[in-house]
Design a protein around this ligand. Sequence first.
Ligand code: PEP
Length: 256
Amino acid sequence: MSRKNLIAGNWKMNNTVAEAVVLAQEISNRIERDWLELVDVAVCPPYVDLKPVKSVFEFDRVDIAVGAQNVYWEPKGAFTGEISIAMIDNIGCTYCIVGHSERRNLFGETNEDVNLKARALVEADITPIICVGESLSVRDAGTYLDFVTAQVRAAYAGMDEADAAKTVIAYEPVWAIGTGRTATPEQAEEVCAAIRATASELFGAEVAEGLRVLYGGSMNEGNAALLLGEADIDGGLIGGAALKADSFIQIVKEAC
Ligand code: PEP
């Protein structure tokens, strides 16, 4: 089965509304419409920028999706500071990142939290981009395949084939995020293939073949082509390079 690449920009905690609109306009103006036949593109700005960025893409009638960077699984209530799935759905988000290593490491998000968020998103027909990845100490210990596949199993707990088919996994080695130290294509492929094999064990070959597995970690316009050339890498989750229109647009082009 041929999978369409997905390039998703994670803007993290960057860009005021005014800055976000300028960046969204530049992306919208410069991404050629026929590229979007070959690659799916999404940007994930901070919550407050979601609606303005979505409006830019709607105004330009460009098929670039908008996603949130996090969400809470409860439908509503006394959860100060949290944002619900209905809220991001209402402003047109079709993706949501969950379990980013910054959320796991800085904000204490657990595998159980990731699972609850991913399941609730799937139920609402919003695609979770489920982030997994090992730290440098786990990589150096040589146990990274066990570590990452355990994260994948935990994220999928309680899901069936149909649920899993609505997810995206992003392999993001923590040692490569924001460090400029990218995994080699071979390193990234080894883990992405193991993720797909795990999905096959859990949900069967058909779901696994259709599952998009992204690589994230210092992907840029210089290294994207080689990473995206690997058999089990179906796109990228892009941090720093997604904040620069030139870089992001070039990565999208490489993914066509
Ligand atoms: C990320 O945070 O998801 C990411 C991949 O960041 P960067 O590209 O900056 O390493």
